[in-house]
Design a protein around this ligand. Structure first.
Ligand code: SER
Length: 394
């Protein structure tokens, strides 16, 4: 089942159950949202989760592009991406969690044909503020799905304050043996779908108050589900990455984790630029800069002649099309190449400056300030340049 079919099957299933498809927004959350980027499908809907009526009613479904930097260090493993698409469903004060889980289980097993014996659920076990989620537990017991109780892993929030609630996650077994152990103890259980009973609001003093309505917010990563349905362990092997996987290994000989990181970061950078962000020293621009520079650092580690100019323009066009972005691919490419030039210049300058006798020994705070303020060399760059030369004292 290719990704387009996964998305269509999902959306149609919920449309048949009275959900209206809403158009996803860009990676930039609405003003006032505490996060830099849209990290899940619920962001653009926050005012409606807080009670403002939605023009399309109380049942919604969509596909939303998301960006998560919390997972940046994990990129390169088989399941994490920086920019990805999330399928989402919402009950805005309409049906409750058990209905959502029931439909979710039926869609996975009957709609997508997943063997029910390969599923595991987790539910919120309760803490000193909110009791255990017995409603979700009951659904899973009725459906014969094994359940693990957790506390922190089954509480979803968007930040320190705001809408939040207990969640129930559905995992799929990806091991070569029959299923064993539980999701928190064995990483062959891969999370596919999160159902959040979003009915609380966390206040700045840490206390919880009820939201004006009891919502359900669910999110499912498209690439991850598509890979699993296509029998692939790695998101990078699902059909979405085919053009990347066809191109990158021919251009650059990279080991598998490096190749995944380079594909993820460059593809993510294209989408971020496509949504109007430009590299910079703070906020979104800094996230973009880090993505590009991390990819270049990985590429240049064993061959400094590699460059983003090697990438065929077709890859940029394909990526923007996939995310339904209207940005000009040539402009996106120009932004990436400009940043590459800037980074290469900075590295050249950094190596020259750090070769001076004054900087060969241990560097103190004052040195780091001087390198930053006078030569534009941020401390993390200084650190990585010094690591290139093991003869230095760090
Ligand atoms: N907001 C939840 C999540 O990000 C479900 O969409 O997992």
């Amino acid at each position: 089942m290719n990704t387009e079919t996964v998305i269509r099957t999902f959306v149609e299933y919920y449309e048949e159950r009275g959900h209206h498809r809403v158009t996803g927004s860009t990676l930039l959350p609405p003003p006032g949202d505490p996060v830099l980027f849209t990290t899940s499908g619920m962001h653009p809907l926050t005012p409606h989760l807080e009670g403002r009526p939605h023009e399309h009613g109380r049942r919604l479904v969509n596909v939303q592009r998301c960006l998560r930097t919390t997972d940046l260090e994990e990129v390169g493993d088989p399941t994490h991406l920086t920019v990805f698409e999330m399928l989402g469903t919402w009950s805005l004060g309409d049906y409750e969690g058990p209905q959502s889980l029931d439909w979710g289980h039926a869609l996975l097993t009957e709609g997508f044909g997943i063997d029910p014996g390969l599923l595991h659920a987790t539910v919120f076990g309760g803490d000193d503020q909110v009791g255990p989620d017995t409603d979700s537990l009951r659904v899973w017991e009725e459906r014969g799905v094994p359940v693990e109780h957790t506390v922190d892993d089954n509480w979803w929030s968007n930040g320190p304050t705001g809408p939040c609630g207990p969640d129930s996650e559905i995992f799929l077994w990806t091991g070569d043996t029959p299923p064993e152990s539980t999701p928190t103890r064995d990483e062959r259980w891969v999370e596919v779908w999160n159902h959040v009973m979003m009915r609380h609001r966390r206040l700045p003093d840490g206390s919880l108050v009820p939201l004006p309505q009891r919502n359900v917010d669910t999110g499912l990563g498209v690439e991850r589900l598509a890979a699993l349905l296509q029998g692939e362990r790695s998101v990078f092997d699902c059909d979405v990455f085919t053009p990347w996987r066809r191109t990158v290994p021919d251009l650059w000989h990279l080991d598998e984790p490096t190749s995944r990181l380079v594909c993820d970061h460059l593809r993510s950078a294209m989408v971020v630029v496509g949504d109007g962000v430009r590299p910079g020293t703070t906020g979104r621009g800094y996230v973009l800069r880090r993505l590009i520079r991390r990819a270049l650092t990985a590429l240049w580690r064993d061959d400094p002649s590699r460059g983003l100019g090697d990438l065929p323009g077709e890859l940029t066009r394909h990526t923007l099309d996939h995310f339904r972005q209207s940005a000009d691919p040539d402009e996106v490419r120009r932004v990436l190449l400009d940043e590459e030039r800037r980074f290469a210049g900075l590295l050249r300058r950094g190596r020259q400056v750090l070769a001076r006798p004054r900087f060969r020994g241990t560097l103190d705070e004052e040195d780091l300030h001087y390198l930053h303020d006078t030569h534009g060399l941020p401390p993390e760059l200084v650190r990585s340049l010094r690591e290139e030369d093991p003869s230095r004292v760090s």
